[in-house]
Write a protein that binds this ligand. Structure first.
Ligand code: UD1
Length: 418
């Protein structure tokens, strides 16, 4: 069991290069199964969600190779069953429904796992796939998908869902005829998936907007693709500087993808300058509390809510945080309170009254982004903070401890079994 031991109080200075986005790489790996030819993804982070996804692909009989940050998959699927033990580890196993049934006409997927941040149903995915003439039955924890012929259709998503949009796209690229997905999610990772699939020969238009049109093609070929940079890793490091003070430059970012986050940091008194694929953030450790309401892209992302709450906790004034996407995404609150934060939660609203100081304490991450918020709080707190549940943080941040150390933080990873 690994923990982070953090001695707070250091400002952060330096430069970090951001790697490909977890939320792109996972669906891109699912999309790679739509061809038997080789697909190579560059610049992939070495995080446990990606490792689990690669294990799932191997269990399907797909050949997988990793050299440094490059991942290649080839040879196609030999068995369409995703083992329960692996599917429970990551929610992204759900994307495999669309690509497996799209390519092979059938898929059997154990009900997906992932972060414990709410119910996370899959009804929108199921309804979209059914509209494409895919039969789906859910039986004792497994979802069985099958179709003799996937047919293009008008698919109206009842709710804006990133995963359901991606799943419907993947199920539709090899379908007969045209599919139009309406009320699609607009996250940049969806446009990234469409870019890769189009390189492979798909005909997708409008991805990244609310209406996506897909003209089915006969087959797809291999390709090489570099995923977009991880806007949540970038946003987390930017917020860290807002809390500790200092100045960092992030390389390989798309400033436009970060605009909702940057604008909140500016409102909280950070300086943010963007130039081409770089962003510089600086601050003096004195911030003003900001109000946040999470909503689908391009609004403020739910995946940054916990980190901004940590910032508000040490800011001047009171910030109101409304979480509109996931029901139980305030699990970091009791631990922030243990460190001295003044936060009251009622339903999906948190009221954060800024305090002068946080104090080091023993806390435990129970989900990925909530865990990163506890690390940020530890960087700012007086004394030593011990963050348990590091495996949740490792799902989406590659060596967060090493990156923060290089920026000047005092943070160590310790195996508590030693
Ligand atoms: C993706 C991201 C995750 C991010 C989330 C919201 C990946 C791998 N993960 O997750 O980091 O926090 O988008 O930006 O890209 N919903 C339903 N029924 C469904 C599907 C979703 O009710 O069938 C609900 C969810 O419970 C949630 C909301 O819709 O309340 C949005 O979820 P969705 O966009 O689907 O999130 P994910 O794709 O799982």
């Amino acid at each position: 069991m690994e923990k982070f031991i953090i001695r707070g109080g250091n400002r952060l200075y330096g430069r970090v290069r951001i790697k490909g986005a977890k939320n792109s790489v996972l669906p891109l790996l699912a999309g790679a199964l739509l061809t038997d030819e080789k697909v190579t993804l560059h610049d992939c982070p070495d995080i446990s969600d990606v490792r689990y996804m690669l294990e799932i692909l191997k269990s399907l009989g797909v050949s997988v190779g990793r050299t440094g940050d490059d991942i290649s998959v080839w040879g196609g699927v030999r068995n369409g069953n995703i083992p329960e033990a692996l599917a429970k580890e990551i929610r992204s196993s759900v994307f495999l429904m669309g690509s497996l049934v799209g390519k092979h006409g059938r898929a059997r997927v154990a009900y997906p796992g992932g972060c414990d941040i709410g119910l996370r149903p899959i009804d929108v995915h199921v309804k979209a796939l059914r509209e494409l003439n895919i039969n789906i039955d859910e039986q004792s924890g497994y979802i069985n998908c099958s179709s003799d012929e996937i047919r293009g259709a008008d698919v109206q998503l009842d709710k804006i869902s990133v995963g359901a949009t991606e799943n419907a796209i993947m199920a539709a690229v090899l379908a007969k005829g045209r599919t139009t997905i309406r009320n699609a999610a607009k996250e940049p990772e969806i446009a990234d998936l469409a870019d890769m699939l189009n390189k492979m020969g798909a005909k997708i238009r409008g991805a990244g907007g609310a209406v996506v049109t897909i003209d089915g093609v006969e087959s797809l070929s291999g390709c090489e693709h570099t995923p977009i940079p991880d806007r949540i890793v970038a946003g987390t490091l930017m917020t860290a500087v807002g809390m500790t003070g200092g100045e960092i430059e992030l390389e390989n970012v798309v400033p436009e993808h970060l605009s909702a986050i940057s604008s909140k940091l500016v409102e909280s008194a950070c300086k943010v300058r963007a130039f081409c694929d770089r962003i510089t953030v600086s601050g003096n450790g004195k911030s003003k509390a900001v109000d946040i309401e999470t909503s689908p892209y391009p609004a403020f992302p739910t995946d940054m809510q916990a980190q901004l709450m940590a910032l508000d906790a040490v800011s001047e004034g009171t910030g109101i945080i409304v979480e509109n996407i996931f029901e139980t995404r305030f699990k970091h609150v009791p631990d922030l309170r243990r460190m001295g934060a003044d936060i009251t939660v009622r339903g999906d609203v948190a009221v954060v009254r800024g305090v002068e100081k946080l104090y080091g304490a023993e806390v435990c991450a129970s989900d990925l982004r909530g865990g990163s918020a506890l690390v940020l709080a530890g960087l700012r707190a007086e004394g030593t903070t011990v963050v348990g549940g590091v495996k949740h943080i490792d799902r989406g941040y590659e060596k967060l401890d090493e990156i923060l150390s290089l920026l000047g933080a005092e943070i160590q990873r310790k195996n508590m079994n030693e």
